[in-house]
Design a protein around this ligand. Structure first.
Ligand code: NAD
Length: 475
């Protein structure tokens, strides 16, 4: 009998009607079951969040901070159990799962210090005008499967800190760690402030269109993001969308191939490439292309692909079958078109587990599907460029605009190029670093609004301007 993980509604861990299986992508075995919620369960969770909002919206910064610190503490104290559970449902190697668990605890603590202060816009002889931020109300949070706990936390914590309550839906592929955290925090946050319910994808549109939810905060694909925007339009819900990316990394000729190869490798292959801000197109200057591509291939040869719970694994399986088949299809397409592989492209389809070999392509054309589309798998196309203007144009030639990176010995030059990239985040000689205090959001079709920092928190609030005439003519 597999373990059954309950939902958190109104401070209680509850069962609903049916159950859904959760599969370990490393061996395709069922490792847990979670409730398959329908409209009635959602109504119950929303009603609890609405009732809790009446009190929670009036709490002080300190009370909110105490709740978020309790969440942080619960995650940290149970990190060992949680990272093992995360690897078993998501597939990422233990070291990376540990990073996500401690990262989620750290983000909770860091964001619990955020406070939206009132702003005085006019203090004249005539009047005092003050802008305060008031919570929007009940938030619907919808989360993907690549960083399940981190994404859940980065929605729950700013919601609570801004005075909102939340109903959160994990991905049906990776709900276990989040539900275990739900159990750990059930008696640590006031009943109804945080509700976590699970269901198939069909539960998503029910959340988006629920008349008693005031805001949607969503992380996932651009295709789903567009549906959410449409669904939320019926009653003009506020929305924050963190969507897909096809991030470009640009390596200038002054970068030392030996020093940059390992970092570039992990900027693409962290979490088996299933990271919205992974480097998915790598542009290398022609002067160092041969040396650097050889150094990356050499590094890749020593990285083990396998079950994330095994010692030494660097790249785990793809999280689910649908995504696994999509990545294999992109690799097949590259093979059919005769593109050159430095490594990979040779999947044995007979084994169990959704494993894709580390796949590095040697200078495929810009319009290859494996370059132009978000692969979201352990795939790294390396492309040659000649001039700065050319590479900036190629990097920006995408419907996405999430993040990017420039690698160079000349950091001023790196910043100059960074400023020309049409993305929400750009790193110079770094990758994937996100600050809990800086806005993270996509340009173009990579998102709408931002998370993190005070900018992210503002999205859980409305501005309210109170203007008082100093000459009180009615007294
Ligand atoms: P997805 O869009 O398929 O699913 C995300 C969530 O939306 C899941 O919980 C799913 O059940 C739910 N959902 C599905 N259909 C829905 C609908 N019609 N209405 C409402 N909710 C619905 O995405 P995924 O495959 O889980 O995640 C991978 C994608 O997420 C990639 O494109 C990746 O780039 C993106 N992503 C973006 C960020 C970011 O911060 N920008 C972070 C991580 C992942």
């Amino acid at each position: 009998m597999v373990t059954q993980y309950k939902n958190l509604i109104n401070g209680e861990m509850v069962e609903t009607g049916g159950w859904m299986d959760v599969v370990n992508p490393a061996n395709e075995e069922v490792i847990g079951q979670v409730p398959a919620c329908g409209a009635d369960d959602l109504d119950r969770a929303v009603a609890a969040a609405r009732a809790a909002f009446k009190t929670w919206k009036n709490t002080s910064h300190e009370e909110r901070q105490a709740a978020c610190m309790a969440i942080s503490g619960a995650i940290k104290e149970n990190a060992e159990e949680l990272f093992r559970l995360l690897t078993s449902e998501q597939g990422k190697p233990h070291a990376q799962a540990k990073g996500e668990i401690y990262g989620a605890a750290g983000i909770s603590a860091a964001q619990s210090t955020l406070k939206l202060e009132d702003v005085i816009s006019e203090d004249s002889d005539a009047r005092l005008s003050r802008t305060r931020r008031v919570p929007v109300g009940v938030v619907g949070g919808i989360v993907p499967w690549n960083f399940p706990l981190m994404m859940a936390i980065q929605k729950i914590v700013p919601a609570l800190m801004s005075g909102c309550t939340i109903v959160l839906k994990p991905s049906p592929f990776t709900p276990l760690t989040t539900l275990r955290v739900a159990e750990l925090i059930a008696d640590k946050v006031p009943a109804g402030t945080v509700n976590i319910i699970t269901g198939e994808d069909a539960l998503g549109p029910m959340i988006t269109s629920h008349p008693d939810i005031d805001k949607i905060t969503f992380t996932g694909s651009t295709a789903t993001g567009k549906k959410i925007m449409e669904g939320a339009s019926s009653d003009l819900k506020r929305i924050t969308l963190e969507l897909g990316g096809n991030d470009a990394s640009i390596v200038l000729p002054d970068a030392d191939p030996k020093k940059v190869a390992e970092q570039l490798f992990w900027s693409s292959f962290q979490n088996a490439g299933q990271v919205c801000i992974a480097a998915k197109r790598v542009y290398i200057h022609e002067d160092i292309y041969d040396d650097l591509s050889a150094a990356i291939a050499e590094y890749a040869a020593n990285v083990k692909v396998g079950d994330g719970s095994e010692q030494g694994t660097g790249v785990g399986p793809i999280q689910n079958k649908k995504q696994y088949e999509r990545v294999l299809e992109l690799i097949e397409d590259a093979k059919d078109n005769g593109y050159k592989f430095l490594t990979g492209g040779d999947k044995d389809p007979s084994g169990t587990g959704y494993y894709v070999p580390i796949t590095i392509l040697d200078n495929p054309p810009e319009d290859a599907r494996i370059v132009a589309e978000e692969q979201f798998g352990p795939v790294m196309p390396l492309m040659k460029f000649s001039t700065e203007d050319e590479v900036i144009e190629r990097a920006n030639n995408s419907e996405y605009g999430l993040a990017g990176a420039v690698w160079t010995a000349d950091t001023d030059k790196g910043v100059e190029i960074a400023e020309k990239l049409e993305t929400g985040t750009v790193w110079v000689n770094e990758f994937m670093h996100l600050s809990p205090f800086a806005p993270f959001g996509g340009h173009k079709q990579s998102g709408f609004g931002a998370e993190y920092g005070l900018d992210g928190m503002k999205e859980f609030t409305y501005p309210q301007v109170i203007t008082v005439k100093k000459d009180n003519v009615v007294a």
